[in-house]
Design a protein around this ligand. Structure first.
Ligand SMILES: Cc1cc2nc3c(=O)[nH]c(=O)nc-3n(C[C@H](O)[C@H](O)[C@H](O)COP(=O)(O)O)c2cc1C
Length: 197
């Protein structure tokens, strides 16, 4: 069911690091990203997979994790992602406004994460990094721009949704057992003209 898949496709930041991802699964995820809608059908996005241990180790400190969890420095050794997908803009293919690229990026990465979740693999989009530093590390040339990095792996944490409370606080939080909670605004709060049922 699409609703159940959408509901359970949550951001996960702690992984079973030793459990490598099957290259077939990774390929399938990128293939689903590829099939998303694209403004002007320009299809400006390209991908680079990072699975090799040395590269992962070097990439990890360049990434910002969970800004709302102030006391948490990110996943510890053993719970770091076994794979990353670096989403790249191929600058030579851009036709329209920059905003179109980000629209495409949202569609593509949601397809990617839905395909992953169907296989029991979850991920975290990471926008908090310096594209220059990442591109230097991965030897990606200036014809591309790293826009977003998706950490991927089998989960080592549970994530649940809750409704945003009356205080309007949208910050995710962790309970004492380490469970991660993500507040979502209620449907009634964002559907401005609900159809009569
Ligand atoms: C464009 C974008 C950038 C994000 N960047 C980061 C990031 O740099 N670090 C991080 O830990 N999470 C990042 N996230 C994950 C969000 O924090 C997460 O989507 C949000 O808390 C809601 O949780 P959910 O994905 O389970 O609904 C990003 C998400 C999006 C869509």
């Amino acid at each position: 069911m699409i609703r159940e898949l959408v509901r359970t496709t949550r951001t996960v930041r702690r992984f079973q690091e030793q459990r490598a991802l099957d290259p077939v699964v990774l390929r399938e995820c990128i293939d689903c990203a590829r099939l998303g809608g694209s403004a002007r059908n320009a299809q400006t996005l390209k991908y680079m997979l990072v699975t090799e241990a040395g590269q992962r180790q070097a990439l990890f400190p360049l990434l910002g994790w969970a800004g709302y969890l102030a006391d948490w420095p990110g996943p510890a050794p053993g719970e770091r992602p076994p794979a990353y997908a670096v989403c790249l803009l191929d600058k030579g293919l851009v036709r329209g406004a920059e905003s179109e690229v980000y629209c495409d990026l949202g569609i593509a990465t949601q397809n990617l994460l839905l395909a992953a979740a169907e296989q029991g693999v979850f991920g975290c989009r990471i926008g908090a990094f310096s594209s220059q530093a990442v591109q230097r590390l991965l030897q990606i040339d200036d014809g591309y721009e790293a826009l977003l990095i998706i950490a991927l792996g089998y989960p080592a944490e549970t994530v649940s949704l809750q409704e945003v409370g009356p205080d309007g606080d949208i910050r995710y939080w962790r309970d004492e057992q380490g469970g991660h909670h993500v507040p979502k605004r209620a449907l009634a709060a964002l559907l401005l003209n609900p159809p009569a049922l």
